[in-house]
Design a protein around this ligand. Sequence first.
Ligand code: MTE
Length: 329
Amino acid sequence: MLIKTHSDGFLHPASSEITPQRVYAGRRDMVKLMASGVAGVALATWAGREAMAQGSGKLAPLVGAKSAVAGATVTEKLTPYKDATTYNNFYEFGTDKADPAQNAGTLKTTPWTVEIEGLVKKPAKYTLEDLLKLAPMEERIYRLRCVEGWSMVIPWVGYSLSALIKAVEPTSGAKFVEFVTLADSKTMPFVGSRVLQWPYVEGLRMDEAMHPLALLTFGMYGEVLPNQSGAPVRMVLPWKYGFKSGKSIVKIRFTDKQPATAWNKAAANEYGFYSNVNPNVDHPRWSQATERRIGEDGLFAKKRKTLMFNGYEAQVGQLYAGLDLQKNF
Ligand code: MTE
């Protein structure tokens, strides 16, 4: 995000194929795993899947029931799969928007474990299979607003992070949740570059992490996540700027101290801990009042107004009652 972009302010995806052959080949194990039935619970069909966009058609299906959580589904037009999976930020694979789709084929997602540690009564190492079975899969259509000024509308598949938090029983001392993501220099060519300190770390206050909209995410567009989107498991926090949603999570740590997060460490005056979408607080180098919808709004289209908390104020506003949002940006 600190990276210089083209003169129009955006980096454009290459017209390359969404899932190159080698990426596909590298994911066969995952596909087998899903087909073997461990994800059986997740494959329940949702009858009225009207406005469903197509996935790649190459990845294992991962379908969720329509979520009953308030605000979990917006009715705006979905961003085409191709745009959502070729215009990405995943700096471990490069800083150009097209890099993750081109380079993330090397990411090895099986076997995968997520370690739960810190201030919990039941620390554990969850395999991906365990996580897939922990709670019923839901489909949620969320807006995602990037701090760079673009947004997308994506049908994610997962369940509320709160289900996992309840299972591990945090102690009363646990005030924050830290998400540590994979940093494997053998498979991630940009780990080691000096853009950020690796691993990419993110964090939430405990009440934010417990909010039902905070989604532990395994899939999108009715399929498992493609590598470039943070396979096999990532967070999606629709009321916060996209960088709070860590990809390819390997550790979730419960702490009594506010975690030092990757972008905050890189530029504390530009990227605060909260990073709630807020059209009234500009980034020091650009306005946050408007946004461009990827795949819909051309470069010369009138920009859309950015909404407070990205449009989720009714759901999450209470979490920040009394907090000075100018200071706590
Ligand atoms: N997670 C990791 N591990 N590494 C990253 O570089 N980029 C973040 C976030 N999660 C990032 C990450 C940023 S800046 C954004 S906007 C979102 O992922 C992008 O998610 P998307 O590519 O699915 O749109």
